[in-house]
Design a protein around this ligand. Structure first.
Ligand SMILES: *Cc1c(COP(=O)(O)O)cnc(C)c1O
Length: 419
C-alpha cells in the first residue's frame, strides 16, 4: 500500500507497516520474529509448486512470489525488511545479509569470474580492500584502483596502460570515501561503464552507500546498477547488530539471492526484526545526526588546534568536487574527520580525554564515536599509500550521533584543551 487515492506515501511513513499484515500473526501490530528454520506446505502439490519457482523450473504466474520454503532461502522478517529497504533507494529488489562484508563479497563473487578486471576507487573500506587485493587475485581476478580526483580521461588511460581494458567487468566505488570524505561522481562512472560495455557483457557499477544511505545519496537514480550497505551502520543505527544489504533491479538481485542461498550468508530472522525496528526511526535519527554534525564541523573549522576539517558541507564552491556534491547528495551527512595540529601524540591525547564521545570504530549509530584511522580502521594499508590518500597520523574521524550538540562541542573543546 504505497499509494492510496493517488497519494504516494513517503518512505518514513511506511516504515511502521509496509509489507506486513496483522492478520498473519493474530492481529499483532508488529511483525513478530519468525524464528523458524522451515515452513509447512499445505499439501505436496504446493511444495512442488514452490520448488519449481525457487529453482526456476517454470516462469512465475503474474504477481506470483516464491512461497516460504526454508529460512536460508526466504523468511517473512527478511522479505518484509527487503521490501521496506527498497523504498528509500527506489529499488526493484533487495537482498539482506548477515554482514556488510557478506553483501560486498557475494556481489563481487557473483558478477566477476577468473580473467575479469575490477576497477575500484581508492580508498575503500579496509575489509573490501583486503578481499579485492588478497582474495580475488587467488581466483584470477585483477583489480585496478583509481583516485577520486581522476576524470574519465585519466581512468581510461589507466585502464589502457594495464593492457586489460577489454576485461573490465565491474566498477566499484565508495563515495564519500572513508575517512577523508573525498567524493566520486557516480554518473561519470556510469558513462565510463557504457564505454567499456559490449554486446555480450554490460560493465556494472556498484556503489557502497554505507556512509550516506539510504537517506542522503541514491546511486540507482544516478544510473548505478547495484547499491550495497553495511546495515550495521545507519540502517541498524544502535551499535547492536551486524548486517548488510544489496539493492538493484529484479534480475540482478535474483542472481545475488541465488548465490546467497548457496553461501548461506542471509541475515537471521532476529537480525531482520531488529533492522525493521531500526528503520522506523531511520529518518529522525539521521536528520538529527546531520544537524549535530553541521554544528560540530563549524566549531572545529575555527578551532586553532585544528588544521583542516573534512566534511561535505565544507567543500569549496570553486572546487571541482562541488558540482558533484550538489548533484549527488541531499545532505552533507554526519561523518567528518579532521587533522589535529601535530601527529599521533596529539591525536591520541585528544581521543584519550573525550568524556562523552566514545573511542570505537564503526559509525552511523545513535552515540557519537571517535577513532584514529591511521592506527585503527586503516592500519592495514601500506604507509606510503595511506599517506598519499590523506590518512595521516594527525587525522581523527568522528561519527556524530543524536546527543545534544552542546554536549558534543563541550566534550571536543575540553579534550582539545588538554592537547
Ligand atoms: C562497516 C563497513 C563495511 C563492512 O560492513 P560490516 O557490516 O562490518 O560487515 C563496508 N563498507 C563500509 C563503508 C563500512 O563502513
Amino acid at each position: 500500500m504505497k499509494k492510496v487515492n493517488n497519494h504516494q506515501f513517503s518512505p518514513e511513513s511506511l516504515m511502521m507497516s509496509y509489507g506486513y499484515k496483522p492478520e498473519w500473526s493474530e492481529g499483532a501490530i508488529k511483525c513478530p520474529i519468525f524464528q523458524t528454520s522451515t515452513f509447512v506446505f499445505k499439501n505436496a502439490e504446493e511444495g512442488k509448486s514452490f520448488f519449481e519457482l525457487a529453482y526456476g523450473l517454470r516462469a512465475p504466474a503474474e504477481d506470483e512470489k516464491t512461497g516460504l520454503i526454508y529460512s536460508r532461502l526466504n523468511n517473512p522478517d527478511l522479505e518484509i525488511l527487503e521490501n521496506r529497504l527498497c523504498l528509500w533507494d527506489g529499488a526493484e529488489a533487495c537482498a539482506v545479509f548477515e554482514s556488510g562484508m557478506s553483501a560486498i563479497t557475494t556481489v563481487l563473487l557473483e558478477f566477476l569470474k577468473p580473467g575479469d578486471v575490477l576497477l575500484y576507487s581508492m580508498p575503500v573500506y579496509g575489509g573490501t580492500d583486503h578481499f579485492i587485493n588478497t582474495f580475488l587475485p587467488k581466483i584470477g581476478i585483477d583489480a585496478i584502483g583509481f583516485r577520486p580526483e581522476m576524470d574519465v580521461g585519466d581512468i581510461s588511460r589507466l585502464l589502457a596502460s594495464s593492457g586489460k581494458a577489454d576485461k573490465l567487468t565491474m566498477i566499484y566505488t565508495e563515495t564519500p570515501a572513508n575517512p577523508t570524505n573525498t567524493i566520486v561522481d557516480i554518473e561519470m562512472l556510469v558513462r565510463l561503464a557504457k564505454v567499456y560495455s559490449t554486446a555480450d557483457q554490460d560493465v556494472l557499477v556498484a556503489v557502497d552507500n554505507t556512509y550516506m544511505g539510504p537517506l542522503w545519496q541514491h546511486p540507482l537514480k544516478h544510473g548505478a546498477d547495484i547499491v550495497i550497505y553495511s546495515a550495521t551502520k545507519y540502517i541498524g543505527g544502535h551499535s547492536d547488530v551486524i548486517a548488510g544489504a544489496v539493492l538493484g533491479n529484479t534480475e540482478t538481485i535474483k542472481r545475488v539471492k541465488t548465490l546467497r542461498t548457496f553461501l548461506g550468508n542471509m541475515a537471521s530472522p532476529n537480525t531482520g526484526w531488529l533492522l525493521m525496528r531500526s528503520l522506523e526511526t531511520l529518518k529522525v535519527r539521521m536528520e538529527k545526526q546531520a544537524l549535530n554534525a553541521e554544528k560540530v564541523a563549524s566549531y572545529l573549522s575555527s578551532h586553532p588546534k585544528v588544521e583542516k576539517v573534512y566534511y561535505l558541507g565544507l567543500i569549496h564552491p570553486d572546487s571541482p568536487a562541488y558540482a558533484t556534491y550538489k548533484r549527488q547528495y541531499l545532505s552533507p551527512g554526519a561523518m567528518l574527520s579532521f587533522d589535529i595540529i601535530g601527529g599521533e601524540k596529539e591525536a591520541f591525547t585528544f581521543l584519550n580525554n573525550l568524556k562523552l564521545i566514545q573511542l570505537a570504530v564503526s559509525l552511523g549509530s545513535t552515540e557519537s564515536l571517535a577513532e584514529h584511522p591511521a592506527s585503527m580502521t586503516h592500519a592495514g594499508i601500506a604507509e606510503p599509500h595511506r599517506i598519499e590518500m590523506g590518512i595521516t597520523d594527525k587525522l581523527i574521524r568522528l561519527s556524530i550521533g543524536v546527543e545534544n550538540h552542546l554536549d558534543l562541542i563541550w566534550d571536543i573543546e575540553q579534550a582539545l584543551e588538554l592537547v
